[in-house]
Design a protein around this ligand. Structure first.
Ligand SMILES: NC(=O)c1ccc[n+]([C@@H]2O[C@H](COP(=O)([O-])OP(=O)(O)OC[C@H]3O[C@@H](n4cnc5c(N)ncnc54)[C@H](OP(=O)(O)O)[C@@H]3O)[C@@H](O)[C@H]2O)c1
Length: 294
């Protein structure tokens, strides 16, 4: 599902990605690893970034074995100042180009808005928002010199409507959506596409890697708090690559996700009612889990 299909002005022109250089943050597992696989399948040369060196090396070896891909690994913490910039510089000096940047590194934070630890929330903003922005700011001058490129920001359907007890995470994705919309218009003259991908629930280790920001609610870590089952990360990877080729503006993975977002936009009153119901449901789940633990 997609909105705003248009002719690509970035790397996707003609649909051929073979030989293009793609940087993917958060590429050690989950959605980032799946996007890397789909790009390798297209013949891209890859720079994989994440914090865990060992997982990155394993992912890189797999891509070399399966696709004969040229892969550079760059251990990177995007929340640390200067590291996103260094990632782009290392990629350019190794491959001589940066054609595609996929800002995928991300984490969640759970807790009611009035109880969130602001230090935790700032950290999640550093990863999900400022890290992505820093990488974009480093990559754009390179893409300008090359005459074009594509930036992909991995947002979420909760970048479109609030997630109860996930308001902090929602805020990081709303911020990313807002900046992406402006940047897309600004970068048009530089022949740089900006694609936003909004996955819904996807089967990864995301909830295990998220922060819990409610005192006494540490048991939430690793739990799945969703009402539906997630899609396979490979599907998100394949859809992202199609979006890069087409230079799409905003992409949803399933019809259900798309309908949910349409519902949220068209019926804000009903949405609010639904959110109250979902909040009650999730609170009950959390309380049950806490009771079982004690
Ligand atoms: N799973 C879902 O249901 C879902 C739905 C919508 C959107 N998303 C978005 O999809 C993206 C990927 O999430 P995922 O589901 O694949 O989660 P995941 O399995 O937890 O993977 C997260 C990736 O980000 C990396 N990462 C985390 N913090 C980082 C940091 N400070 N610097 C560099 N890399 C970092 C992790 O590697 P290291 O730990 O090695 O650093 C890992 O490679 C996120 O932006 C998330 O918000 C996920």
């Amino acid at each position: 599902m997609t909105t705003g299909k248009r002719r690509s002005s970035g790397v996707g022109r003609g649909g051929a990605l073979a030989g293009k250089v793609a940087v993917i943050t958060g590429a050690s597992k989950g959605i980032g690893a799946a996007i890397a696989e789909s790009l390798a399948e297209e013949g891209c040369r890859l720079a994989l970034a994440a914090r865990s060196t060992e997982l990155l090396e394993e992912a890189a070896d797999q891509l070399r074995r399966d696709f004969g891909a040229e892969v550079l690994t760059v251990p990177t913490d995007v929340s640390e100042e200067g590291q996103a910039q260094a990632l782009i510089e290392k990629t350019e000096s190794h491959f001589g180009a940066v054609d595609i940047l996929v800002n995928n590194a991300g984490m969640g934070i759970y807790g009611a808005v009035d109880e969130l630890d602001l230090g935790d929330l700032r950290h999640v903003f550093e990863v999900n928002f400022f890290g992505a922005l820093a990488a974009l700011q480093a990559a754009v001058p390179v893409m300008r010199r090359q005459g074009g490129g594509t930036v992909v920001n991995i947002s979420s359907i909760v970048g479109k409507f609030p997630q109860p007890l996930g308001g902090g995470y929602t805020a990081t994705k709303f911020a990313l959506q807002g900046a992406s919309g402006a940047a897309r218009a600004e970068l048009k003259r530089d022949n740089i596409d900006l694609v936003v991908v909004c996955p819904g629930l996807t089967e990864t280790e995301f909830s295990q890697n998220s922060r819990i920001s409610v005192p006494g609610a540490e048991h939430r870590q690793g739990e799945r708090h969703a009402l539906t089952r997630g899609v396979d990360a490979g599907r998100v990877g394949r859809r992202t690559v199609t979006a890069i080729k087409r230079g799409e503006r905003e992409v949803y993975i399933t019809l259900f996700d798309r309908l949910l977002v349409c519902f949220a936009v068209l019926f804000p009153g009903l949405l609010q009612w639904l959110l109250i119901y979902v909040t009650r449901y999730r609170r009950r789940r959390f309380e049950q889990a806490a009771a079982e633990e004690n």
